[in-house]
Design a protein around this ligand. Structure first.
Ligand code: PPS
Length: 558
């Protein structure tokens, strides 16, 4: 590759204290107040300390913050697209004032950095969200994340870095900006083009990167985002497989520890600044940034500023499409009359994986498809939670047991039954039946079910779970890893009470059991469960069959 432009060498901030100072600060940390960083905050601090967010030296104060929201600039008018802030709880902020020192710890309690507090303020998160995500985007994932997870108080101030947050996986793929710049210099790489990515790289992306490298006489740095706490390991293994297809001498894979903010153009500029700090001369701008683009009104002005101010060159590419008749990928702009492009979008790709169908060779690399399939098996082999809900005595446990027996007969996946009574004996023995305790109980069941689902097993839960909001919470927890099926055992209160197998309804009517579901405590019926079983006049066997019909129809079992 030609080296007509040196890898970027602009000034890198280094916020790490030298070893003598670091030892002094660590000793003093014991007596200072501290804040436990979330994984999201930990990533930002790591980037701040290593200089990846140069020229920032810490968390933004109000003047910078406001200028960023209004104009996509810092108060000194230099380009900066997104707030870099530290949000903490009211409790943490209580004893702090300007000049206080706050110890920032990771989840294990290790001291990562010390913040010298400058300003303390309470942002209007709604205003921040609208500035970034546009006025009318309450369902925007970035906005929802900001409003859900941000603590109410922002702290600004300079940071003294003491320890790089530990990463235990893919250590060889993790570089600081300094290390990467050194690497580029050692390899005598001139132009380096960064490829940002949050999804596996298939053939179209591969062709696009190869073309961009050729067009710009550049070496390639694959620089995917990996947010700690997320399931990125399989994706990284995919990149490692794809790397084998790139020319070894001119391609490097490095991980960028940062969560996506879904902030469209603003985020794209932040990534450009970060890549510039890592020493890249170019960055590919491609369709991926178009997802959840913001409607923020200052975008056009920002775009101009980017071209003018950044030292990194943003090069726009469209994903090429495959023309079967020609046996090659073609840029959409270069399609000729009569060319028929075949496409396979992400939804179709995952639909095929769900159903264990073929993925065409032209779409991806066999090693990548194998890797994706191993972490995302067909529905019939993926983790699953069957969540029965219904009144006491509705027949949940009996049906759940029948379903358990059938699933064990089919085999192939480990099955665990988390029956209401059993859970209350072993997992929730200290809990009663107040709303608060029931919610804790259901959260525990949800957590265990989500772990079972994550590991490819089947969890069958059969609690009363009277509250909709908690059933939704469990659904969200499980859906992150596999399929959640809500099964309402809709036996009426009259029938449950008439049966009264345990004699509890009689006791409840007599006021001897308080807060009894259906009698003196609510049961919120599921509005649209995946399965509703009306047990009136049907046998246990027939009820279990209904569950199996659904599982087969949805291809959730063999
Ligand atoms: S919850 O609401 O989901 O936490 O309840 P769960 O863990 O499923 O426990 C329900 C079983 O506890 C017995 N029991 C009561 N149920 C409802 N309300 C009150 N106050 C109560 N006190 C004890 C009852 O036997 C339930 O068992 P099942 O199998 O549902 O009949």
């Amino acid at each position: 590759m030609a080296q007509n432009m040196p890898a970027y060498k602009g000034e890198l901030i280094n916020l790490y204290a030298d070893s003598a100072k670091s030892n002094r600060l660590k000793a003093s940390a014991q007596s200072l107040p501290s804040w436990d960083l979330s994984l999201r905050q930990q990533s930002v601090i790591e980037l701040l300390m290593s200089g990846a967010l140069s020229p920032l030296r810490g968390f933004m104060g109000q003047a910078d913050y406001q200028a960023v929201l209004d104009k996509g600039q810092l108060a000194d008018s230099s380009l900066w697209p997104l707030p870099i802030t530290l949000d903490v709880s009211e409790k943490c902020a209580e004893g702090l004032s300007a000049g206080s020192q706050l110890v920032l710890r990771d989840l294990e309690g290790v001291v990562i950095a010390i913040l010298t507090v400058d300003e303390i303020w309470r942002p209007e998160l709604g205003v921040e969200a609208r500035a970034i995500y546009g006025a009318d985007s309450s369902s925007h994932p970035g906005m929802a994340a900001l409003l859900d997870y941000s603590h109410p108080v922002y702290l600004s101030g300079a940071i003294q870095g003491l320890e790089t947050p530990a990463h235990h996986s893919f250590k060889r793929l993790r570089y600081s900006p300094r290390e990467l710049r050194q690497q580029f210099s050692k390899l005598t790489w001139g132009n380096v083009i960064a490829m940002h990515s949050t999804r596996p790289i298939h053939r179209a992306e591969y062709k696009m990167v190869m073309q961009a490298a050729l067009d710009n006489d550049a070496n390639v740095m694959l620089h995917p985002l990996v947010a700690e706490g997320e399931q990125y390991h399989s994706r990284v293994r995919c990149y490692q497989e794809v790397l084998k297809y790139f020319p070894e001498q001119t391609t490097l894979l490095a991980l960028l520890p940062l969560a996506e903010r879904h902030a469209g153009l603003r985020e794209q500029i932040l990534h450009a600044i970060i890549r510039q700090n890592y020493g890249c001369t170019h960055m590919i701008v491609w369709d991926q940034y178009a997802t959840f683009d913001t409607q923020s009104t200052i975008d056009a002005a920002l775009a101009e500023a980017v071209v003018a101010e950044l030292d990194i060159k943003l090069v726009r590419y469209e994903l090429p499409v495959y023309v079967e008749a020609r046996g090659e990928y073609v840029s959409p702009a270069k399609l000729q009359a009569g060319d028929v492009a075949v496409t396979l979008d992400s939804d179709e790709f995952y639909r095929r994986l769900d159903r264990d169908l073929e993925v065409p060779e032209w779409f991806s690399f066999p090693e990548v498809v194998d890797e994706v399939r191993s972490s995302y098996p067909p529905l019939a082999r993926r983790g699953l939670t069957l969540f029965f809900t219904g009144l006491s005595g509705s027949g949940k446990s009996t049906i759940a047991n029948a379903v358990l027996a059938k699933l064990l007969e089919i085999g192939g996946r480990h099955v665990t039954l988390l029956d209401g009574d059993v859970v209350r004996t072993h997992l929730s023995s200290e809990l009663g039946f107040s709303k608060e305790h029931r919610n804790i109980n259901i959260r525990r069941i949800g957590y265990v079910a989500s772990e079972i689902t994550k590991n490819g097993g089947i969890a069958i839960c059969a609690p009363i779970a009277p509250y909709k909001s908690l059933r939704r919470e469990v659904c969200d927890m499980v859906s992150e890893y596999g399929t959640f099926v809500e099964i309402h055992v809709a036996t009426s209160l009259e029938v449950c009470e008439a049966r009264d197998r345990k004699g509890l309804y009689a006791l409840a009517r007599a006021g001897k059991i308080k807060e009894f579901t259906g009698i003196s405590d609510p049961y919120e019926e599921p509005e649209s469960p995946e399965i509703r079983i009306d047990t009136n006049g049907i046998s246990i066997e027939e009820a279990a069959q209904q569950v199996f019909h659904y599982l087969r129809k949805e291809r959730l079992t063999a």
